[in-house]
Each structure stands twice: as structure tokens, then as C-alpha cells.
Design a protein around this ligand. Structure first.
Ligand code: A2P
Length: 271
């Protein structure tokens, strides 16, 4: 038997049923947060707010983690917002990617943070902590969100101010976007808060700000009402549980793709 040629020996085999896409840009926000944009496969369809399995070849093995797609469904590129875990099986490698590198994406997107899982309403709350903002980065850039709701409120809570930058950048991108700025108008409200950084006017966990009513007085809106308000929640398991409890106490019920209702939840995935 002949020994394999050198080129074959080193060629990386992309697994079947997986897209291999090219990284277009990478932006690092803090020591543990970054985003990247990559090419979008021609036949790839998803609904804004869904997640997909994103991965890399590490040695000769693919490693995947679930990531919300942060770009809207109309975008020609795919955007991902990720944490960096120093010893994370995927993110320890993913944080080193550069434009031109190959990133893998499994073909089937899925998820519950989609407009179809909510019954009609007037005001849509998107409650997020940390990288839980990613599915909402997709939805706030989708015109359909503003066709379905008169008012969209994105809350984003992080430990420190530096971690809010991705959200501030999104708002600026929308304001400067020729088409989106018109569609969004004054419908979108951004409510960032921090929990461990004195250098910011908005302080506290979103659950506490719901309990003490500050969220509503700051925004100038009435308290949660199941007739007009809808909700989406994305954060850690504890944050989901505690925020869901507040919505249920206000009379909202949880929905799903096959049973639309007044709010939906999804865990922010950890890489
Ligand atoms: P805190 O600093 O008071 O823990 P983490 O990085 O731990 O996921 O936290 C991200 C943000 O979510 C932090 O501001 C944190 O506040 C907040 N948070 C953590 N747990 C909860 C919870 N159960 N309910 C609401 N907010 C939470």
C-alpha cells in the first residue's frame, strides 16, 4: 500500500451535512466577549432569533456549540456574538479566528425566540443578560418585528459597562442604517443596566427593576399586562427562571413554536 501523499495527509476533511464558511471580520469587545461575521451559505434559511450549531475543526475532529444567529434573516452574512472561555473546548479556539479562516455551521437552525411563537400584542419586551442579547440582535434588525409590534423594548444587563458595548453598537448601526432607521423609527427602546460597576446610571438586575417598577417608570410605560405585552427572555438558567416568574406573576403564559402564547424563553448558550 502506498503512503498517502503529503497534501492528503494534511487536508482537513469537512464533515458531511455541514456548511464550511469563511470568516469576514472579527471584533473583540473585552477579554471575554467578541463577535465575528462570516459568509452565509446560499441555501441556508433561518428565522430571526433562531440558533444553529457553530463549530471548528480542532485537530481532525469537529467541535460544535449552539449559538444564536445574531444577524437578521435578510442579512447576506451570518453574525455570531460569543464569550471566550479560557479552557472552553470550542471558544478557546474560536476566539483566535481571523478573516479568511473556515468556520463550520450545521445545516438545521432551530429555536423558540421567534415571532411566530408569540400571539399578537402591542409591546414586545426582550429581556437579556450577557450574550443572551444575540437572538435579539437578530430580531431588532428584522422589519417583521416592527410590523407586528408598536413598541419594542430591549433590556440588556451585564456585570460591567464594557460588556454593554455590543448593544450600544447595535443601536448605532440601526440609527445609521438607511432602510432600518426608517422602519424602526422611535419604536425601539434600549434599556441597558449593570450590576457590578458604579460607573453607569442604570443599575440592577432586571428582575429587581421589574419588582420595584423602575423599569416601567424609566421607560414611561405601564406595568406588565398580558393583554398588550409580550416577552422573550434569554440569559442564564437562573435568570430565565427568575424573569419567567415575574412574567407569570403578571399573568403572561409561556408559548412555543407549536403553541404561540404571551412569552418565550431560551437559555443563552455557553461555549
Ligand atoms: P449579578 O451581577 O447580580 O449576578 P452572569 O455573567 O453571571 O450570567 O450574569 C450576567 C448578568 O445577569 C449579571 O448582571 C447578573 O447580575 C445578572 N443575573 C445573574 N443571575 C440573575 C438572575 N437570577 N436574575 C436576574 N439577573 C441575573
Amino acid at each position: 500500500m502506498n503512503a498517502p501523499a503529503k497534501t492528503e495527509e494534511f487536508a482537513v476533511k469537512i464533515p458531511d451535512g455541514v456548511y464550511a464558511e469563511t470568516v469576514l471580520s472579527v471584533e473583540h469587545f473585552t477579554d471575554h466577549l467578541f463577535r465575528f461575521r462570516m459568509t452565509r451559505p446560499a441555501g441556508f434559511r433561518f428565522r430571526s432569533g433562531e440558533f444553529a450549531m457553530i463549530g471548528l475543526m480542532v485537530g481532525d475532529k469537529p467541535i460544535y456549540r449552539a449559538y444564536s444567529i445574531a444577524s437578521p434573516s435578510w442579512d447576506e452574512e451570518i453574525e455570531i456574538f460569543s464569550i471566550k472561555v479560557p479552557d472552553g473546548p470550542l471558544t478557546s479556539h474560536l476566539q483566535a479566528i481571523k478573516p479568511g479562516d473556515t468556520v463550520l455551521m450545521r445545516k438545521k437552525p432551530t429555536g423558540t425566540l421567534v415571532l411566530d411563537a408569540l400571539t399578537p400584542g402591542k409591546r414586545l419586551y426582550m429581556f437579556s443578560t450577557g450574550t443572551g442579547i444575540a437572538p435579539f440582535a437578530s430580531l431588532i434588525r428584522d422589519p417583521e418585528t416592527y410590523e407586528k409590534f408598536d413598541e419594542v423594548i430591549l433590556t440588556h444587563t451585564c456585570r460591567e459597562v464594557a460588556e454593554l458595548k455590543y448593544g450600544f453598537d447595535l443601536m448605532e448601526e440601526i440609527r445609521n442604517h438607511e432602510f432600518l432607521s426608517e422602519v424602526v423609527g422611535t419604536k425601539l427602546k434600549h434599556y441597558p443596566t449593570v450590576t457590578r460597576d458604579a460607573a453607569f446610571p442604570y443599575q440592577g438586575r432586571i428582575t429587581d427593576l421589574i419588582d420595584n417598577g423602575k423599569l416601567f417608570t424609566d421607560l414611561g410605560v405601564p406595568p406588565l399586562d398580558p393583554v398588550v405585552d409580550r416577552g422573550m427572555i434569554c440569559g442564564s438558567a437562573a435568570m430565565l427562571k427568575d424573569t419567567k416568574e415575574r412574567l407569570e406573576n403578571a399573568g403572561l403564559t409561556e408559548g412555543a413554536n407549536n403553541k404561540p402564547s404571551e412569552f418565550v424563553i431560551e437559555r443563552a448558550f455557553v461555549g
